[in-house]
Design a protein around this ligand. Structure first.
Ligand SMILES: NC(=O)c1ccc[n+]([C@@H]2O[C@H](COP(=O)([O-])OP(=O)(O)OC[C@H]3O[C@@H](n4cnc5c(N)ncnc54)[C@H](OP(=O)(O)O)[C@@H]3O)[C@@H](O)[C@H]2O)c1
Length: 302
């Protein structure tokens, strides 16, 4: 897709999984961009937000910065709130005042997982933990700023960059013969490079801003699985590349207690994204192989 954007895109959270992939994808598309990370851009240092926006003078901001440690958030609610709620709200105010469109990323963890079918954007939210609650508070606050904001709720991100489930599973296979993974939480693994491409496709449309672009959209890969199913796919992709897969044992959530309660079924219906922007992420299985290949190349097979 050809971009109509004329100024730099400001990407926050440049050191994270998504920020890194956005920078790579923007570079490949030859888009002008500025990626900022801590300490230059830090939601804990309020003045850094305005300073980065002023320095970049962007035509668009993509906020990929967030407090993402779901369990640690249970005992660090203030830090999670600053990074996921009050910080993004400040960024939204700055963008609103300057007339800069903003793409913000949120999460499937705004839902409790009890619906039993894929969630729509209009479904009531009910986060089960501090992380999800802080992200939901951020969504509400951003919409209240009046900014031209596109909020993309995504799910189960993984990539070759940073900490994620795929890297953890491959690391576990190197250390142990048996890996136990929960089979009663449903969702959709989303490869970060796929999300980054989708975000830049959306970005290319924003110069011709339409009122329908403002609001919340679900943006995950297509299809569904459990964490156990995802682990099986990771090992199936890794085995031909030389990794000896461990015995994969399916366990129940109650056998793997964590500080934060996770939604049992956080599948997202992404129809609104397709209808509004013409953007669809691929089936989740498609990208497991390429990301696993990159992870093995970076981390080694054995
Ligand atoms: N990971 C998932 O499975 C998942 C699922 C659904 C939605 N999401 C959402 O997707 C987005 C991208 O996630 P990700 O996986 O790319 O996250 P990530 O890899 O953890 O990266 C988070 C980024 O935010 C930065 N950051 C953390 N606290 C900050 C603060 N107080 N001020 C400024 N920057 C801060 C981090 O900087 P440092 O490197 O300095 O820590 C890092 O650059 C987030 O909005 C997240 O909520 C993620």
């Amino acid at each position: 897709m050809v971009s109509l954007l004329t100024g730099p895109i400001l990407i926050t959270g440049g050191s994270g999984q998504l920020g890194h992939a956005l920078a790579e994808a923007a570079r490949e598309r030859r888009l002008e961009f500025v990626a900022v990370s801590r300490p230059e851009f830090d939601f804990d240092l309020g003045e850094s937000i305005a300073a980065c926006v002023a320095a970049a003078n962007p035509c668009l901001v993509i906020n990929a910065a967030a407090y993402t440690a779901v369990d640690a958030a249970e005992s660090n609610a203030d830090a999670a709130d600053r990074a996921n709620h009050t910080g993004p709200a400040r960024l939204g105010e700055i963008c609103a005042a300057a007339g800069i469109p903003l793409i913000h990323v949120s999460t499937d963890y705004v839902f409790d997982g009890d619906k039993g079918s894929p969630y729509l954007e209009t479904d009531p939210t009910h986060p089960t933990g501090v992380y999800g609650a802080s992200k939901r508070a951020g969504e509400i606050a951003l919409l209240a700023t009046g900014a031209n904001v596109v909020i993309l709720r995504t799910a189960w991100l993984y990539s070759a960059h940073g900490k994620n489930f795929a890297r953890t599973m491959l690391g576990a296979a190197r250390k142990t013969n048996e890996v136990r993974v929960v089979m009663d939480q449903k969702g959709t693994p989303t490869a970060v490079p796929d999300l980054a491409e989708a975000i830049l496709d959306i970005a290319a449309l924003l110069e011709d801003w339409q009122p329908a672009y403002r609001g919340v959209f679900h943006a995950a890969s297509a299809g569904e699985t459990s964490w156990h199913g995802f682990a099986a796919a990771i090992y199936a992709a890794a085995q031909p590349l030389g990794l000896k897969p461990p015995t994969l044992t399916a366990i129940a959530t109650r056998d793997w207690p964590t500080p934060a309660k996770r939604p049992a079924d956080s599948r997202l219906d992404c129809g609104k994204l397709a209808a509004t922007f013409g953007v669809r992420l691929p089936e989740w299985q498609v990208s497991v192989g390429p990301v696993v290949q990159q992870l093995l190349a970076l981390d080694g097979v054995g």
